[in-house]
Ligand binder design. Structure first.
Ligand code: AVI
Length: 377
């Protein structure tokens, strides 16, 4: 996500909160008030109040992004909002679809090359920090191999969703006995900054950012994210980043518009979420999922296309938006990378590319970069 940049999240927002705060009336109230931040340090507020605060912030951000995105000439919604609880579960299903190759390919890369990757970590003490931690399928393979290779590390998964982290930690604690996961709830880069500042003498950080989540934004946001990432690290720290490689656009379109319609449901779920959380009245049958390849962007784009002229009310914003017949809303960008661009991104942002691993079909790559000392903000 732009600038403070925490890229789109693959997890559900905070749960277990008092249900009455999840109403559009509440959001509207904080819209009017310009969101006066609540104190989070007041013990007398208790944990329920802290949860309310988090939910307020999340809903406020959602309402603001919808307002801004629907007011733009080409309507868009940032893709982080695709991941409510149902969206996260649909994304999990997507990763198992035959057309959606990236997850299987990255699993193959880790199964084949994790022990070779371990060589870059031997001889130091590491904090392995996973940003936007997923369901742990890939992490488990990687960490188990690094354990076998006798890499010295602790593991810190970071996510905005406590429930997603809980699931992940269960998996790692069972799958990798001996690795103690120390989860941290929060935004990727702010947590990473805290961890980096608090490191003990001699400890190095290895950031994991898998699944090509780095591609879910505009190119300038990729650059912003990488330079901010580098600014949180010290020379000698490492980043292991997954990139989906550029390929035949026909395959890409199938991957983002699968035959079972799971990606369609995933995309349309955004309208369902706006109805539920913001009091909108989208008719899901009046929008169509489309996925297109944009060669000028080197990226896939996902859209929701209006099938007729229609007005939609959004009570949280106390306003209505007009959608013309065939008018698109952009809901996601998934950039695709070439090996040269990946190396250029490293060098331009204060990293030295150390190694790159591809799956046998050449669909996906994981790059290991080292933070260099020649970097100034
Ligand atoms: C999470 N992210 C890397 C996925 C992607 O490929 O851009 C999200 C996704 N959207 C539709 N299918 C998968």
């Amino acid at each position: 996500m732009p600038s403070s940049l925490d890229l789109p999240r693959k997890s559900a927002p905070v749960r277990d909160f008092p249900s009455q705060v999840r109403t559009f009336d509440h959001v509207w109230k904080i819209e009017e008030d310009q969101l006066t931040p609540m104190r989070t340090d007041d013990a007398s507020l208790g944990s329920a109040a802290l949860n309310v605060n988090k939910i307020d912030r999340e809903l406020f951000d959602f309402a603001r992004d919808v307002r801004d995105g629907f007011s733009a000439p080409l309507k868009f919604i940032p893709s982080r909002w695709l991941y409510d609880e149902r969206g996260s579960s649909l994304f999990s299903q997507i990763t198992r679809l035959p057309e959606y190759y990236p997850t299987e390919r990255e699993l193959e890369i880790f199964s084949t090359h994790a022990s070779s990757m371990a060589k870059a970590l031997l001889g130091s003490n590491w904090k392995v920090v996973e940003l936007g931690a997923g369901d742990g399928r890939k992490t488990e393979i990687l960490l188990r191999s690094w354990q076998r290779s006798e890499v010295q590390f602790s593991y810190v998964p970071v996510d905005v969703s406590p429930s997603a982290l809980e699931e992940l930690c269960k998996r790692i604690n069972t799958g990798c006995p001996g690795v103690r996961a120390r989860p941290r709830v929060g935004e990727n880069l702010s947590v990473l900054r805290e961890l980096s500042d608090a490191r003990i003498r001699g400890e190095k950080i290895c950031v994991l950012f898998m699944g090509s989540s780095i591609g879910n934004c505009a190119w300038e946001d990729v650059e912003n994210f990488l330079s901010e990432l580098r600014a949180t690290l010290l020379p000698g720290d490492l980043a292991l980043i997954g990139f989906d490689l550029i390929k035949d656009s026909k395959r890409l379109i199938q991957a983002y518009d699968d035959s079972q319609g799971v990606t369609r449901d995933f995309n349309l779920n955004l309208l369902r979420r706006m109805n539920r959380e913001l009091g909108a009245n989208f008719d899901l049958d009046q929008f169509r999922h489309e996925a297109s390849w944009n060669p000028g962007l080197s990226g896939m784009e996902s859209w929701l296309v209006s099938l007729r002229d229609q007005m939609v009310d959004i009570r949280a914003l106390n306003t209505s938006f007009k959608f013309r017949r065939w008018e698109p809303i952009r809901t996601e960008i998934s950039l695709k990378f070439s090996p040269e661009v990946i190396d250029d991104l490293a060098c331009a942002n204060g990293f030295a590319p150390l190694a790159r691993y591809e799956d046998r079909a050449g669909d996906f790559t994981d790059a290991i970069w080292e933070a260099t000392d020649a970097f100034w903000m």
